[in-house]
Design a protein around this ligand. Sequence first.
Ligand code: SAH
Length: 219
Amino acid sequence: MNVRLQGIGMTSPRTRERMVGRLRELGIRHPRVLTAMRSIPRHIFVEEAFASRAYEDMALPIGFGQTISRPYTVARMTELLLEDGPLRRVLEVGTGSGYQTAVLAQLVGTVYSVERVHALQERAIRSLADLNLRNVRLKHGDGHLGWRESGPFDGIIVTAAPPRLPAALLDQLNPGGVLVAPIGVGRQQTLERIMRTDAGYEARSVEPVVFVPLLAGTV
Ligand code: SAH
């Protein structure tokens, strides 16, 4: 067994149960989302120095000036995505260390995730393989473009904030599909849930959020 796998079992079930209790207090209700949050070990997705704080409800650094999202935010976005029922193909923009990817993999058919920082993508490949999650496809690329060859998607989740939604993402959403994204600049961001209907798009503003910006190009 390698060192990373040994780490997977290291947190007590009670620590994770406390995190799930906190998510419930904050209004997360979807039973399958709560189950997925309970089963994915968040500590393997944060830098080792922060592993002991992995089950606190806070964003933490993952290197390259990026952060792993707060558990509440991951749960809330997942719940919004699944609100109208199960989804088969889901695109995530901004893999980061792969935590949201892992949570989604428990809940949908296949997760396609794009990350612009090559080193983060490599790390996510290892963490997701350690968890033996096989319904995940990762790509190094600029998420502004979506992932055309693998689309269209039944769900799209954007985990970095663009000032406005890239057209390619709206294009790659199936009719009946749902897109969840933070939209805005700096501290002026709103979480939006957008449905594609046969007639067009219907948007609902959910709550204020603060995400890192969706950046152009790849590194
Ligand atoms: N989904 C992650 C969130 C990571 S933070 C989680 O579960 O915690 C947002 C991520 O989006 C960062 O890793 C950042 O590098 C990435 N990102 C920013 N702009 C991007 C772009 N244009 N295309 C793909 N990824 C991008």
